[in-house]
Design a binder for this molecule. Structure first.
Ligand code: GAP
Length: 528
């Protein structure tokens, strides 16, 4: 079964070391996460794939890595100081704060409708640069990477021989003081963006906007998100950002959330280059740029054909790494029943789950929303047994479940059949998998098998751009399951026949089929 809730993904991420709450030992920090050993590999592979497709495989792109801290004037002229706001409301009864457009007039905490009028809240984080905190040292943490590209437009043009159209790509951190960070990685306060600013001749922007839409959809498909899982939202004029002439939002069908934005592709006109330029009155700008008396540059392009300086128009595909990571995980996630459990074991789990739900229903110490959430999830699992049995782990990790005594009995009844008859598998594209190859000796206390497996791991790893690991910490069946759960496409086993003829078995994650091949061919077989 594919992932049906965000909790399933969050639970896997925590259990297997993809993502941890930031500074967890001190109670965490809301809306901030750390990437664990497997998360950092998957995230880096997503970014590498994006960079390869958008920079290396095109001949019209350059890369950039601008600083997070920038002169404050950048944000004045970009329009962020004035307009990068979300509508904030206070609940007068319980004193909580909310984003007005997320709560439909009712406080999600206490249900009150006694709310203040919405007022603008600027989402940029503020800091001071240097030892004295005064007006001159004031700075923001960037809320988007895009402005680093715009202010460097002249530098890139002067140091490369680029002609229009061409683009600049950048991947980096962005910070937004979201009023209500929520939904795991979906809305956070510190995140990474993968952004392109693509500069075109004015008048050609609509054609390029369409081409970028197609190119971006093709990339999403290449990382395992089929086109039919993405809806294109043509943002209506009333909802467009201040810089945009037209924007296509790519909406992925996330578990729990439904269709939500994973990438925006905006047509930004000449607004940004114009707003960061001096002598705007000489530039024939089409956008209503912010009047600028501080810039030292005219961010223009000399068009050899018309022999005129023009301010290019911009197409901007901008995707969040975290939202992409979640979409990739959701799409790859699968809980498979390898073999049906015997009916008496399913019956025992059914009884234990029913007892758990009854106990939840009777427990008046639980908040009503917590109780409802447990009952709703539990009943969905009950209706789908035995296929839904692995979701009991996620159910028992939900808030409030630890207060139900019979939860322990449920865990005890379910754990055995889950381990024996099910597997969780991530069908990740091999180029994204945190680990591409895992090598095991059939027996961990056999010197010859261990030595051959370790040597093989080193020979596959050396000089390759993916990760290969050695593992001997369990029986082979258990090792396969562990690698399935983190998406390792190939498991290689060194057995007694290997010692005689130098062959090994390679097991395919998705089909669970094994082939026997010479050890010397494994690297080519796994795409190294
Ligand atoms: N430069 C344009 C720009 O920043 P955006 O729509 O505000 O546009 C682009 O952000 C992408 O960044 C979004 O599509 C989303 O994937 C990601 N993103 C934005 N805010 C985010 C947040 N608070 N948490 C996680 N990702 C976020």
């Amino acid at each position: 079964m594919p992932a049906t809730t965000l909790e399933q993904l969050a639970s896997l991420c925590k259990r297997r070391g993809f993502v941890f709450p930031s500074s967890e030992i001190y109670g965490g920090l809301q809306g901030v996460f750390d990437w664990g050993p497997l998360g950092v590999e998957l995230k880096n592979n997503i970014i590498a794939s994006w960079w390869r497709t958008n920079v290396y495989e095109r001949d019209d792109m350059e890369g950039l890595d601008a600083a997070i801290l920038m002169n404050r004037l950048t944000w004045r002229y970009s329009g962020h100081e004035e307009t990068f706001n979300d509508p904030l409301v206070d609940c007068r009864d319980c004193k909580s704060r909310w984003r007005a457009d997320h709560i439909k007039g009712r406080c999600p905490n206490c249900g009150s409708t006694n709310l203040t009028e919405p007022r603008p809240f600027n989402m940029m984080f503020k800091t001071a640069v240097g030892p004295v905190a005064d007006a001159d040292s004031f700075a923001y943490l960037r809320p988007e990477t895009a402005q680093g590209i715009f202010v460097n437009f002249g530098n890139v043009l002067a140091t490369t021989s680029r002609k229009l159209p061409f683009g600049i790509a950048q991947v980096g951190k962005a910070f937004r003081n979201e009023i209500n960070p929520r939904n795991f990685l979906f809305r956070v306060r510190e995140f990474e963006q993968m952004e392109i600013e693509y500069f075109v001749m004015p008048g050609t922007e609509d054609e390029w906007h369409q081409r970028w839409l197609e190119d971006r959809l093709a990339w999403w498909e290449s990382i395992g998100i089929p086109r039919e899982r993405i809806k294109i939202y043509d943002v209506p004029p009333g909802e467009l950002a201040h810089y945009s002439k037209r924007t296509f939002d790519l909406m992925y069908d996330y578990p729990t959330l439904g269709y939500e934005e994973v990438e925006g592709i905006a047509s930004r006109t000449d607004y940004d280059l114009g707003s960061h330029s001096r002598d705007q009155e000489t530039l024939d700008l089409k956008a209503r740029a912010n009047p600028n008396r501080d810039s030292t540059a005219r961010l223009t392009y000399y068009d050899p054909e018309s022999k005129r300086h023009v301010v290019p128009f911009v197409i901007e595909p901008s995707a969040g790494v975290g939202r992409c990571f979640l979409a990739v995980l959701a799409e790859a996630y699968d809980e498979q029943m390898v073999k049906a459990p015997p009916s008496e074991r399913t019956c025992a789990v059914t009884d234990a789950l029913e007892a758990f739900l009854k106990s939840v229903g009777r427990n008046d110490k639980l908040a009503p929303e917590t109780r409802d959430a447990l009952i709703e999830r539990g009943q969905a699992i009950l209706a789908g047994l035995p296929e839904t049995m692995p979701q009991i782990e996620t159910l028992l990790a939900l808030p409030g479940a630890d207060q139900i005594e019979v939860g322990k009995k449920l865990r005890g009844q379910a754990q055995g059949p889950i381990d024996e008859y099910f597997r969780t598998v991530l069908h990740l594209k091999p180029h994204l998998a945190p680990i591409r190859v895992a090598v095991f000796p059939l027996k961990r206390n056999h010197e010859g098998l261990v030595a051959m497996a370790r040597d093989l791991r080193t020979s596959i790893q050396t000089g390759s751009f993916f990760r290969t690991v050695y593992d001997d910490t369990g029986a082979i069946g258990k090792l396969y399951r562990r690698q399935d759960e983190i998406g390792t496409p190939y498991c290689v086993t060194v057995d007694f026949q290997s010692l005689e003829d130098d062959t090994v078995t390679v097991r395919d994650r998705d089909t669970m089929q094994q082939v026997r091949i010479p050890a010397s061919e494994v690297r080519a077989y796994v795409g190294g």
